[in-house]
Design a protein. Structure first.
Ligand code: NAD
Length: 485
């Protein structure tokens, strides 16, 4: 396939790293080389931040009214729809996610996010404050400034746009640092921003290693805010580094989300939800329902039902429309998932199905979708992210027991509750400490729904009005007034 953008985008120009560094991308389904991508370092980050700073302080962007910014975001959405299949194929070839997911779900979702935030761009109203006699006080909502965006490899495009669309709507400028493993759709995004007419320098894209380019972005004085998605471990580094210049931070981190199935639930639908909750994007999902809590009296029956539905998730060529289960993103990641499964078995878990590496046409970093039973909530497989297609099944006895063990986690990102009694499901949902909870369904993502974590799953929210607020500062203007109230 033709890959047009493999360089660094700084100030509207495509450049190589000054030291010539590159990173080789391998298609995880075929193990063939895709391309070499320029790998930026501290110098490229410095130049990109300077460009974003200039675009914010002296360029056309800050002078533009919100309505014009909104029209540019709408244009960007149109361009994503025009190039939908090219972008979907890039994402699938680089990340391994099925083309069904990239072309039918994620790229259309991206276009809808740009349109949603296009609507916010001209609604940056403040408020008048009646408090102090003799003054006319009012607030202005202003862009937070230059935003450094650091992105993981599991939803390379979607998680970039969750940040970029509200940031641009607010009038911010951005330096995007995609994951070194999956930079291709972020580079295409940079090209489309220029084509849409967003001024050069408003969006810079610097692929590079986390410890080099990512760290340089965290340390840069010209950056006002870091919007990060990734592991909780690197999230801690982000918070510590941001403290140096008191950057604002929003963090979308790891999860170990509970999926609770009561015996009175519609078990067939709940089994579908359990499968899509863990096997979508081959389990490389922060919000995956990776801990499946099943009421004891239906445990064996329910595990069999889930198992029966897993044929849908057989490893297949991700470029085939019918495939619902692709390879893990890299060999290194595939091996780390296998090592975690093996550690679970050493702690006493049983592999009910799966648990081995797989191949399609003799190639690829595939895994068999896996169920571990006999899991206790204190085992490492239930405490730490596996971030692969591994469902850990844990029995529970009653509502209090389910809530107690579901909440016994350092994470608090997402979850689901299944019961025929809406009253019971809602009561349990209220007691679970996570940012999102679905009742009788898998995780429902929508651009209106604020998404983010409690506890060590993060700080802040993405999507919806709250996702827009993350990119705004509030200024009070106080004007002495002749007119006394
Ligand atoms: P990661 O934390 O290893 O890397 C994320 C990004 O941080 C990458 O761009 C990486 O290059 C960069 N990075 C690494 N070290 C850095 C450093 N010292 N300074 C600055 N940047 C650095 O995560 P990953 O392996 O790419 O992605 C998987 C993780 O992301 C999982 O833990 C998953 O739960 C999490 N995630 C969370 C959400 C959410 O919305 N909560 C969504 C998707 C993924």
């Amino acid at each position: 396939m033709e890959i047009k953008y493999t360089q660094i985008l700084i100030n509207g120009e495509w450049v190589n790293a000054a030291d010539g560094a590159t990173h080789t991308l391998i298609n995880p389904a075929t193990e063939e080389k895709l391309c070499d991508v320029a790998s930026g370092g501290a110098g490229e980050i410095e130049a990109a931040v300077a460009s974003s700073r200039a675009a914010l302080e002296t360029g056309a962007w800050p002078k533009m009214d919100g309505g014009t910014r909104g029209r540019l975001l709408w244009k960007l959405a149109d361009l994503f729809e025009r190039d939908l299949m090219e972008i979907a194929r890039l994402e699938t070839a680089n990340q391994g996610k099925p083309i069904f997911e990239s072309s039918k779900i994620e790229v259309p979702f991206v276009a809808s996010i740009f349109r949603y935030y296009a609507g916010w761009a001209d609604k940056l109203g403040g408020e008048t404050i009646p408090g102090i006699p003799g003054f006319l006080n009012y607030t202005l909502r202003e862009p937070v400034g230059v935003v450094g965006m650091i992105i993981p490899w599991n939803f390379p495009l979607l998680l970039t746009v969750w940040k970029l669309a509200p940031a641009l709507a607010a009038g911010c400028t951005a330096v995007i640092k995609p994951s070194e493993a999956t930079p291709l759709t972020a580079l295409k995004l940079g090209a489309l921003c220029l084509e849409a007419g967003i001024p050069a320098g408003v969006v810079n894209v610097v692929p590079g290693r986390g410890s080099v380019a990512g760290q340089a972005l965290l340390d840069a004085r010209g950056v006002d805010k870091i919007a990060f998605t990734g592991s909780t471990e690197v999230g801690r580094t982000v918070m510590k580094s941001a403290a140096g210049t008191i950057k604002r931070v929003s963090l979308e981190l790891g999860g170990k989300s509970p999926n609770i199935v009561f015996a009175d639930a519609k078990l067939d639908a709940a089994a579908n939800g359990a499968c899509s909750g863990i096997f979508y994007n081959k389990g490389e999902v922060c919000a995956a329902g990776s801990r499946l809590f099943v009421e004891k009296k239906v445990h064996d029956e329910f595990v069999e039902m889930v198992r029966g539905k897993m044929t849908r998730y057989s490893p297949g060529d991700p470029m085939d429309d019918k495939t619902r289960f692709g390879p893990q993103v890299t060999k290194q990641h595939r091996d780390s998932v296998l090592a975690k499964v093996a550690a679970g078995v050493r702690e006493g878990a049983t592999i009910t199905i799966g648990g081995k590496a797989a191949a399609v046409n003799g190639k690829g970093f595939f895994l068999e979708p896996t169920i571990l039973t006999g899991v206790r909530n204190d085992m490492e497989v239930a405490r730490e992210e596996i971030f692969g297609p591994v469902l850990c099944v844990i029995p529970f006895s009653d509502d209090d027991d389910a809530v107690r063990i579901a909440n016994r986690s350092q994470y608090g990102l997402s979850g689901a509750v299944h019961s025929a009694s809406t009253e019971r499901a809602l009561a349990v949902a209220r007691r679970i400490r996570t940012g999102t909870l679905s009742v009788n369904g898998a995780q429902w993502f929508h651009v209106d729904n604020p998404f983010g974590g409690y506890k060590q799953s993060g700080v802040g929210r993405e999507n919806g009005r709250l996702g827009f607020e993350e990119y705004l500062e509030t200024k009070v203007i106080a004007l002495p007034s002749e007119a006394k109230p």
